[in-house]
Design a protein around this ligand. Structure first.
Ligand code: GLC
Length: 444
């Protein structure tokens, strides 16, 4: 079944464009390993750390010298996690329609949210004083959600890490100190891997040093040895399984086979009370539809407060996303990238067997929709999550020409979803597209 879906997907791809493979896409068994991720489509990113206390930029605020490291660390005293209910988080994540979550086990500031044996900057330095990752991992598993751990390679607080702030370095060349740092960070990673057996590791900050210096190959190897199915993002010096564009939605389809757009709801990763510049649910759902259309996932970020509550605005967005994903699940999970540009003015997806085409209608349809270059006969068209049958008409098809006509579909405005309406076209056979630039008629 998995292999079949792979064949259909690659056949669809090859009819459109040949893509260069990068990273681990050619490894044996890679597609099988990536299957849950490719089908999941939406995950929730969680940036939680002491930066939520003052509501300032995660780690970067001291690195960029907006405040001193000493003042940054004073936030430890305010990190209470007093109202932290990981089961509630997991339920809300499940309700949003996400199939996985990725939490910052450690950000660039070096503050560890789990009970680590390595280093001393961790939850025991705060009033929370307990492992915050362990109960979240169990809560996710109870909700049948996959577990992702974010881990920053740079650790700007660690005494043997070379970089401290933008202008201050601890050292530039000291192999003994670097060796101590390697042991420390790899020790933490092994600990996370053995303790939690995550489904995914989300690395960050690899840009500070070369893959060789991080020992990226070795790290990938030991993580896979412990946990053969673990998925690793691209930010381990290119030794990952999928690409991670950030914030801006890709305009052309990313060249990597597997990818995930990570994006904030407002302009901050962590909790910043005065950042009220939230994207609307409609904007987020449309961005999500663009990701789906290009075969990618969306990793949508939330930033809980220091007491462990999730800001109301973020809860509201997750709930509306949940209403929409629930209604349209057949057009989302397990689908493949949709039509290449030129056929339809909007996002689309295809069922894994290539026989159902889903069109995402992002604007009020004042006129019938049009699809160009679809060779298949269309058996039935309906509104997803509602069932209403829609009528259609093919215009401009000459019986003697192989160029398909224009397919017009009437969509009654009163049947539209308040966010994005999805319609399903059940095709006769697997999708077959006309991809040429027209022809001169030499004889009628
Ligand atoms: C950037 C930032 C970091 C944030 C991450 C999320 O790499 O360094 O603060 O956590 O993006 O993708």
């Amino acid at each position: 079944m998995v292999a079949m879906a792979g064949i259909v997907a690659s056949a669809l791809l090859s009819s459109m464009e040949i893509r260069p493979f990068s990273m681990k896409e050619n490894d044996e068994g890679h597609d099988e390993k990536m299957q849950w991720f490719a089908d999941a489509k939406v995950g929730i990113f969680i940036h939680w750390g002491i930066y939520a206390v003052n509501g300032i930029d995660e780690s970067w605020s001291f690195y960029n010298e907006y405040l001193s490291h000493e003042d940054y660390l004073k936030q430890l005293d305010g990190f209470t996690a007093a109202k932290y209910h990981p089961e509630k988080w997991a339920k809300l994540i499940r309700e949003s329609g996400a199939r996985y979550a990725v939490i910052t086990a450690k950000h660039h500031d070096g503050f560890a949210l789990w009970d680590t044996r390595y280093g001393d900057l961790n939850i025991h330095k705060t009033p929370a004083n307990r492992d915050l990752i362990a109960p979240f991992v169990s809560a996710l598993r109870k909700e049948k959600l996959k577990v992702g751990l974010y881990f920053s390679l740079p650790d700007w607080s660690y005494e043997d890490y070379p970089n401290f702030t933008r202008t201050k370095k601890r050292y530039s060349n000291d192999s003994l100190r670097w060796q101590r740092f390697l042991e420390y960070y790899q020790g933490q990673l092994k600990e996370l891997s053995e303790k939690f057996r995550p489904d995914l590791f989300w690395f960050d900050g690899d840009w500070e040093f070369s893959p060789q210096k991080w020992q990226a190959t070795k790290v990938r190897e030991f993580l896979l040895k412990d946990n053969p199915g673990v998925i690793i993002n691209s930010r381990l010096g290119g030794h990952g399984d999928y690409a991670t564009p950030e914030q801006g939605v890709p305009v052309v389809r990313p060249k990597d086979k597997y990818w995930e757009l990570c994006m904030t709801m407002n302009n901050s990763w962590g909790y910043q009370g005065n950042d009220k510049d939230y994207k609307t649910p409609n904007q987020i759902i449309r961005i999500f539809a663009d990701c789906l259309s290009m075969g990618g996932n969306l990793l949508l970020d939330i930033g809980p407060k220091a007491d462990g509550t999730i800001p109301d605005e973020q809860v509201a967005i997750l709930k509306e996303l949940g209403r929409w994903t629930k209604k349209h699940k057949e057009a989302i999970y397990g689908t493949r990238a949709g039509l290449p540009p030129g056929h339809f003015y909007g996002p689309s997806t295809l069922s894994a067997d290539g026989k159902t085409l889903y069109l995402f209608i992002t604007q009020k349809p004042v006129h019938p929709l049009v699809i160009k270059g679809l060779k298949n006969q269309v058996n039935r068209i309906r509104i997803v999550g509602d069932g209403t049958k829609l009528s259609h008409k093919v215009v401009g098809k000459m019986y003697w020409s192989s160029v398909p006509g224009l397919l017009y579909i009437d969509v009654p405005v009163e049947k539209c979803d308040p966010q994005v309406t999805v319609i399903a076209l059940q095709l006769k056979g697997r999708i077959d597209l006309y991809r040429e630039d027209g022809q001169v008629i030499e004889s009628n």
